[in-house]
Design a protein around this ligand. Sequence first.
Ligand code: ZN
Ligand code: ZN
Length: 253
Amino acid sequence: MNLCVLASGSKGNSTYITGNDTNILIDAGINAKTISTRLESINVNPGTIDAVIISHEHGDHTDGVKVFCKKYNIPVYVTYQTFRSIRHDWSDLNIVNFEHGKSFKIKSLTIKPFYVSHDAYSTSAFVVKNGDKSIGIATDLGDFSQLLIQNFKSCTALVLESNYEDELLMRSTYPWNIKKRIRGQRGHLSNKRSFELIKKISEFNVLQNVLLAHISQENNSEEHILKHLKSFPNKHVKILLTAQDNISEIIDI
Ligand SMILES: [Zn+2]
Ligand SMILES: [Zn+2]
């Protein structure tokens, strides 16, 4: 399998995964043109995408779906609750519903969606499996649960939110209610919690690569993340940052 985060941050998220003959995107929150350009930059024809799978209804995960999926006639996989709460009109798209805890197949890839806590109607994290290899994706979550650890413990690679440095968020000019929302159980994952989770998962000795996602441009910095990285105990795990304006490294799993 190959994994590449095409974009990540509060202005739009999209992750590309390929395995054997199958190409999927998790979320399409950047505009369709940018998705196509970034796919082409890694030699992927956008018309070969087999499915777009949606984590939740927020615009930074869904804004590019309509144009991209209509243009290439790509099915959209989404929970019923998320579909009902989308502010775009998706009536002319090919919609396939999935449910948390019920795995589904897209050609050679098996996708297991499960619940994570975030301020949307229904937010999903995913494990994408191909043979004995799997990738875990959780880009928006207020906190992690035992369920998430169970699902991610056998993953070779993770795309995981590392949204904010608490000290920067608290010092920022954001109104108190926004700060409270971000830090809450249904908000976003801090660097501290993200690294605690990576440590827990790495103790199962399967994890090799982590792409840190949804990094806030206001309340986080490379410097702060590097501090966490320096004190991270398991040096066998390669941890990289993703960005809003550039694709990530392509991870070969
Ligand atoms: Zn969100
Ligand atoms: Zn988001």
